[in-house]
Design a protein around this ligand. Structure first.
Ligand code: C2E
Ligand code: MG
Ligand code: MG
Ligand code: MG
Length: 290
């Protein structure tokens, strides 16, 4: 949106800015209503082993399910929630729901070891987090070792004593830390030795560029992914590739030695009801072929 200098030094705004302001206001209202009326949902997307495609965990992805407007994705919510200070309450709601979902999933056969990965933005990283998490896990009979906290370098860039303390506490508690969207943004390499990381999630832009039109881009992307994989594994971290949309993506990333994968090829993020149906039909299929 552009801003024009108006007469007498007054600012005049063009209509696109007005529209943007109106939309922000609307979404801020949906957020408040969503917290009040319980419209927030934690969708789940499976994370699978690269070698065999077996589900090892689920990432919780926030959705605001507005009864009239439909599903709002996090990209439209998070920025505004951070500005208005509602991100903390949303995050707690998602955490609570997602842990509840993991407890339900755990009643199915063969899912007792699966983990739950939850995204945290910088503003959610407060000192009360480990305590709140511990209470939810206790209530749902979930071991802390089944929780992965996904953070981006934006959290680490804060480099505050609080962030260090919370990360340390979560680690001691038995949770794992995943560095999300790795390889994009600012210089992320130094974060690998300065913070306690367990999992490196290779950003989906790398997966995309593996099948780019230009041969040179494809070749260099393979080198980059292999390099990230080698560094991560040698430091003792597992790797997860994001954005696997095709069988070709899967095969290429498997060949490059990536440990785990996630993407539409395996499954889109789904509400808990659909996820349970999928897991149940998977295990029935296995039972009949066994
Ligand atoms: P992310 O953590 O990197 O999550 C992966 C995103 O990629 C998700 O988008 C997911 O739906 C999408 N995705 C998964 N597989 C594929 C694929 O094969 N192809 C493509 N093109 N996309 C795929 P989503 O759900 O819209 O979330 C976007 C971002 O919003 C997340 O990126 C995360 O940074 C943030 N986010 C989501 N839920 C939460 C939350 O509860 N709290 C916070 N703080 N952030 C969240
Ligand atoms: Mg994530
Ligand atoms: Mg990611
Ligand atoms: Mg991402």
């Amino acid at each position: 949106a552009r801003k024009h200098g108006g007469k007498n030094g007054k600012q005049m705004f063009d209509t696109s800015m007005l529209d943007a302001a109106r939309e922000r206001h609307e979404i801020a209202q949906y957020i408040e209503a969503g917290l009040r009326e319980d419209w927030f949902e934690a969708y789940l997307q499976p994370i699978v082993g690269m070698s065999d495609g077996r589900i090892v965990g689920f990432e919780a992805l926030m959705r605001l399910n507005h009864p009239e407007k439909g599903i709002l994705a996090p990209a439209r919510i998070i920025g505004i929630a951070e500005e208005t200070g509602t991100i903390g309450r949303i995050g707690e709601r998602i955490l609570e729901k997602a842990i509840g979902h993991l407890a339900v999933i755990s009643r199915l056969e063969g899912t007792g070891e699966t983990y739950l990965a939850v995204n945290f933005s910088p503003m959610q990283f407060e000192t009360t987090l480990p305590h709140k998490l511990a209470a939810l896990l206790l209530k749902n009979h979930i071991a802390p070792s089944r929780i992965v906290i996904e953070i981006t370098e934006a959290v680490l860039m804060l480099d505050s004593p609080d962030v260090h303390a919370v990360l340390k506490q979560l680690g001691e508690f038995g949770c794992r830390i995943a560095l999300d969207d790795f390889g994009t943004g600012y210089s992320s390499l130094s974060y690998l030795n300065r913070f306690p990381v367990d999992i490196v999630k290779v950003d989906q832009s790398f997966t995309r560029s593996l099948t780019a039109d230009e041969v040179d881009v494809r070749r260099k992307s393979r080198m980059l992914i292999k390099g990230i994989r080698t560094i991560s594994n040698q430091m003792g971290y597992d790797t997860v590739a994001e954005g696997i949309e095709t069988l070709e993506d899967w095969e290429l990333l498997k060949k490059l030695g990536i440990d785990y994968g996630q993407g539409y090829f395996f499954s889109k993020p789904m509400p808990i009801g659909e996820m349970l149906k999928m897991l149940e039909s998977n295990s029935e299929a296995k039972a009949t072929t066994a």
